[in-house]
Design a protein. Structure first.
Length: 312
């Protein structure tokens, strides 16, 4: 699915649980070292829920976005949560967030999306498409995960990578120049490479290679669809999985590393939450200037991949 839609970014927010898993903690659980983890991934800490649920994280991130934007939450027309770790199959995390926000009295469309680590990009694309239909004016999009609940803490290939957290984004109808180009894709027969059944299982090397190709392809397609050049893009905010994946893309595209916003050192891979958490931190550090362009790029289980090029 590829298109260009009119969208305005209203506000961003995030929430991570307090407890941390450090590399030193992991050294006590599996045969690994801080040095191996840092040199192979760039990750130093991840956050971990203690009693909190995915819906709790999603709600707190949403509240943070609403409060920072001083947004009247009564104006929200739809809530979309991207997650692969919902607290239960039904009701959706989005419906739970609606109730927690005190919005039961409003006719709001609420549903979840599962596209793994590309989930937030998919959710943003669906939210933007809704905005371009008559009823919807303001949409709350959330990526929220409690991945520590699906980790096998005896598997050093996976348990060092993932953490918990949530990020949120409020969008509304934009002016003519405020467009977003989307590119999303999937290859559905790669279950053996990356899946979550009881726990998360992954063939790390295969995902690593796929990730570099997926990001490169997404960047190229987005520029093509948007009619833009890479030097016109202010910042690329990728899914935060592994520092070396981004180094690989930077090398391929001949880009300096600071073209990418990275915070995975502190959070590890938070799947659908990683892009909105990074977006919120980017926005906190750099005001969104009209005329600038932000590129979001995701990849993950499915396999799925894709991105959004946001013209502010
Ligand atoms: O959101 C998308 C989901 N996932 C990803 O993006 C993950 C993508 N993949 C990766 O990030 C990397 O492939 C990993 C971090 C998972 C692994 O790094 P790698 O450099 O690709 O290592 P590898 O799998 O090729 O393994 C190299 C060696 C192996 O030992 P031998 O067979 O050479 O003796 C592994 O057993 O490193 C070993 N190894 C470890 N050693 C210490 C694997 N995990 C660890 C560990 N500590 N935690």
């Amino acid at each position: 699915m590829e298109n260009k839609l009119t969208v305005k970014l209203i506000g961003t927010g995030k929430y991570v649980p307090k407890a941390l898993i450090t590399n030193a903690d992991l050294e006590k659980m599996v045969d690994t070292t801080d040095e191996w983890i840092v040199t192979h991934t760039g990750i130093k800490t991840r956050h971990k829920v203690e009693g909190e649920t995915t819906a709790d994280l999603a709600y707190q991130a949403a509240l943070n976005a609403i409060q920072k934007a001083k947004f009247d939450l009564e104006l929200i027309d739809a809530i979309i949560v991207a997650t692969i770790t919902p607290d239960f199959a039904s009701p959706s995390m989005a419906a739970v967030v609606q109730a927690r926000l005190g919005l039961n009295h409003r006719d709001i469309t609420c549903f979840d999306i599962n596209a793994a680590c590309t989930g937030f990009v998919y959710a943003l694309q669906v939210g933007a498409a809704l905005l371009n239909s008559p009823k919807y004016r303001h949409i709350l999009i959330i990526g929220a995960e409690t991945l520590t609940k699906i980790m096998d803490y005896t598997d050093r290939n996976t348990c060092i990578l993932f953490g918990d957290g949530a990020g949120a984004l409020l969008i509304g109808r934009g002016q003519a120049h405020q467009t977003v180009s989307f590119y999303t894709a999937s290859e559905g027969d790669m279950e053996d490479v990356l899946s979550v059944k009881e726990v998360l299982r992954m063939q790390g090397r295969r995902v690593f290679k796929f990730a570099i190709n997926a990001i490169e392809k997404s960047i190229n397609r987005l520029l093509e669809l948007d009619g833009s050049r890479l030097d016109m893009v202010t910042k690329i905010i990728p899914h935060q999985a592994n520092y070396r994946i981004i180094e690989g893309v930077a090398e391929l595209k001949k880009l300096p590393l600071n073209k990418f916003f990275l915070n995975l050192e502190h959070y590890g891979n938070t799947s659908a939450a990683s892009i909105p958490i990074a977006l919120d931190e980017y926005v906190e550090s750099s005001p969104l200037l009209p005329g600038s362009k932000l590129m979001l790029v995701g990849f993950g289980a499915g396999l799925t991949w894709g991105g959004a090029l946001i013209n502010l």
